[in-house]
Design a protein around this ligand. Sequence first.
Ligand code: PGA
Length: 266
Amino acid sequence: MQAWVIGNWKQNPATSHDVKALLDDLLTAVSSKEQSDIAACQLMVAPSFIHLTAVNERLKGSSVLCAAQDISAHSASTGAYTGDCSAQQIADAGATWTILGHSERRQYHQESHDCLLQKMTHALTQNLGVIFCIGETQAQYDAKQTLAVIDAQLAVIKDLLTQQPELIEGLPARLIIAYEPVWAIGTGKVPTVAEVSATHQHIKQTLASFNAALDNMTVLYGGSVNADNADSFAADSMIDGALVGGASLKAESFLAIAQAFSRAMA
Ligand code: PGA
């Protein structure tokens, strides 16, 4: 097994110059560590659409993968959808994965079940892997609704397989779930490792109940993961890696998180 540590750059950095500097730092650190302390970790970064091509060019020949942060729900290829970017265009820019259903997309763009079902179908039919984000709000957490919320969000995958059973082919290798409690994102607040572990176990069991091929799927934790708390999450066997926002914008903290997960795999 390998761990996954994925950097969600969100709407950062501000300039292509800063993107290049971040990548330079990251690749210098990765090449000096390649064979050793991050060996059990697959790294990935998710830049803005505008930076995808340049980032992919720069990552060629390295072990670091590249994801988009979203794709169009309307068409997998082309069409009159101003402002959108399709799965085909993302793949053509060199990305091999996309994040879908991040809570900021759900919140600011009202992404619904049907919208995410469309996006997931488009991604998979264009051979993009999907990092599917799920998680409860603070109010839902307080009301002890976490598992019910997660079940409703995971139903996108159930419906996908009901509508297009053929998509199960290759899905285990092309789907990663990121459990991100909304209240933990960018706040410095984190659930306990025991809470995350129990939720991940529930997610894995739910996916396996959809189809036996989805047994023991990769489930990442996201929400205020940093160099200081990564070890505690990494130590739990239910936590297969991290989706990292703020701490992915510095090569040093991003790599420290990767080292923590890599150490835990050893
Ligand atoms: P954070 O963001 O690490 O800054 O909390 C995580 C995410 O939104 O994926």
